[in-house]
Write a protein that binds this ligand. Sequence first.
Ligand SMILES: Nc1ncnc2c1ncn2[C@@H]1O[C@H](COP(=O)(O)OP(=O)(O)OP(=O)(O)O)[C@@H](O)[C@H]1O
Ligand SMILES: [Mg+2]
Length: 137
Amino acid sequence: MNQTLVVIKPQAVARGLSGKIMARYEEKGLKLAAVKLMQAERDLLAQHYAEHAGKSFYDNLLETMGSGPVLAMVLEGTDAVTAVRMLNGATDPLKASPGTIRGDFGLEMAHNVVHASDSIQSSQREISLWFPELAVK
Ligand SMILES: Nc1ncnc2c1ncn2[C@@H]1O[C@H](COP(=O)(O)OP(=O)(O)OP(=O)(O)O)[C@@H](O)[C@H]1O
Ligand SMILES: [Mg+2]
């Protein structure tokens, strides 16, 4: 049993896809442990995407992720990190298989619908970043 962070990106929230996307995770058997609609501040995004600092797409990524409200959530279940990455599909929506979230709901790399943690270590770091209120006091 583990937890993972998912962020539904601003364009997908604006397109009204949040409910459909959350249903995919729930139908798989993952449990919603926390969820919030929020505007991600630049500082949070810079910490979240620190591994990509300096890359060609970094500035555009931060701008896109800050362009409107996102839906951040913590999902839990057996091997949740892997299960969610499988449901999401490949990073590039044009290469993501039909049936995956990215394969079904998007066309462009910059608007690939969702973010998800890529390892248990990343999930722990990202959950404490996006949901500091969940930390044990
Ligand atoms: N070559 C690229 N050109 C434009 N945008 C990119 C490129 N590579 C990645 N991105 C954007 O940066 C995000 C983070 O990239 P990363 O390599 O971590 O992909 P990922 O782990 O599949 O996706 P995520 O971290 O969003 O779950 C991607 O979701 C995508 O929106
Ligand atoms: Mg990633």
